[in-house]
Write a protein that binds this ligand. Structure first.
Ligand code: ACO
Length: 371
């Protein structure tokens, strides 16, 4: 194999100053700030500013940025009409992909400068939670709720979903979730966004592709798989039998394993704290027992607990249906996608790796009637 790196493992394709992951130490930094500190002290709005512009905002900058996000929430009427026509059977990530693509047809001129990326980034970041909440209400026969310009990004999503202002502890937990999901270096969806961006295609095309990549169960989709597996297990006494069956059948434990972390994902530690605080006691106990087995039996392979393991228990506690969990991931990750797109196109080079050819060459063409 030429220059091995299947799945691009350990391949560095560029330099970046957005995010640092220490996969063996279990540490994560956004622009130099530790994820634990940001989760405790910051807000999604502030973290988005930090990721995009490289520095924490001043009080005035943060107020203006937050206001701009809140002002950009309202969906165009044409998009609202479209949301009613998306099949009710569609997975919300598929519906979100369609909605963002449609927005691109309203605003999709080429994004050749970071400023243009950020301008569109504000609009799409503001609208993703609004799209998700509106889709949910339409699907469930409820009237969509107008976004509020008074609430935080996290609170507005919960308000639009449930029709009432969320309790403070739900707002905080959702804000923390968005911070934890906001950025993670060059994962599969961010590479996808950068690859599309590197062709100098438009912002929306890049983000639509990123949503498609995030949807997969080996990436963001694992958040739905993880909680479904806890529900499938059903009770703490059944965890052991379920786990060893899964190993025997070579099934993956959802929310476990990571290409870069070979130890406990620091984001999962924060989510675990909120799962313990807010989550269903039985689900929590099932997850904790399963976690112990994962660490004991798969730890030697470097398989530990990842960001998607505990988060579903937190969302479940807030009355959010499971099929929306990956869209919450997208609500956070739009910040990182936008940051990387802007950074990459500022010194753009087309992303075009190679595949080592192992087939035959020089075969003689045989006309169809002679085959
Ligand atoms: N359950 C059981 N075994 C696992 C798991 C798991 N979740 N993850 C990895 N392994 C095992 C593999 O079977 C393999 O064992 P082997 O060497 O005996 O064959 C070994 O660990 C290495 O696995 P790879 O597939 O080579 O690891 P890779 O880095 O390619 O996979 C991935 C990373 C895709 C995330 C994997 O761990 C997985 O499928 N996890 C479950 C899905 C998941 O939680 N995804 C979310 C990841 S975080 C994110 O994207 C936000």
């Amino acid at each position: 194999m030429v220059n091995s790196g299947k799945g691009l493992e350990n391949v560095y394709i560029d330099q970046s100053s957005i995010c640092y992951i220490d996969g063996f130490g279990g540490k994560l930094y956004y622009r130099g700030y530790s994820i634990e500190e940001l989760a405790e002290m910051s807000s999604f709005e502030e973290v988005t500013f930090l990721l995009w512009y490289g520095e924490l905002p001043t009080k005035k900058e943060l107020e203006e940025f937050s206001k701009e996000l809140a002002r950009s929430r309202k969906l165009p009427e044409e998009l609202l009409d479209l949301l009613y026509r998306i099949p009710k059977t569609a997975h919300p990530m598929g519906a979100l992909r369609t909605a963002v693509s449609f927005l691109g047809n309203l605003n999709g001129e080429p994004s050749a400068t970071p400023e243009d990326v950020f301008r569109k980034g504000i609009s799409v970041t503001a609208k993703i939670p609004v799209i998700v909440a509106t889709l949910y209400r339409i699907k469930n026969g409820l009237d969509p709720i107008e976004p509020s310009t008074k609430l935080s990004h996290a609170a507005n999503f919960l308000y639009m979903l449930h029709g009432e202002k969320p309790p403070k502890e739900w707002e905080k937990a959702m804000d923390v979730a968005l911070i934890l999901y906001a950025e993670h270096e060059i994962n599969a969806s961010t590479l996808t966004v950068m690859t599309v961006g590197s062709t100098l295609s438009d912002y929306y095309s890049a983000i639509v592709a990123g949503i498609g990549a995030l949807k997969g169960p080996l990436h963001g989709g694992a958040v739905e798989g993880a909680i479904r597996q806890f529900m499938e297990i059903g009770s703490p006494e059944k965890v052991e039998e379920w786990f060893f069956n899964a190993l025997k059948e070579k099934r993956r434990i959802m929310g476990a394993g990571h290409r870069v972390y070979k130890t406990y994902d620091p984001r999962a530690k924060v989510f675990k704290k909120y799962a313990r605080l807010l989550g269903d006691k039985t689900l929590y106990e099932i997850a904790e027992r399963l976690e112990r087995l994962v660490l004991e039996h798969l730890g030697k392979k470097g398989v530990s607990i990842n960001v998607d393991y505990w988060s579903g228990i937190v969302f479940h506690a807030m009355g959010i249906p499971i099929e929306l969990y990956t869209t919450i991931f997208a609500m956070g990750r739009i910040a990182g996608w936008t940051a990387h797109l802007a950074e990459y196109i500022s010194h753009n080079r087309l992303i075009r790796p190679r595949l080592q050819y192992v087939g035959e060459i020089g075969k003689k063409y045989v006309p169809v009637e002679m085959r």
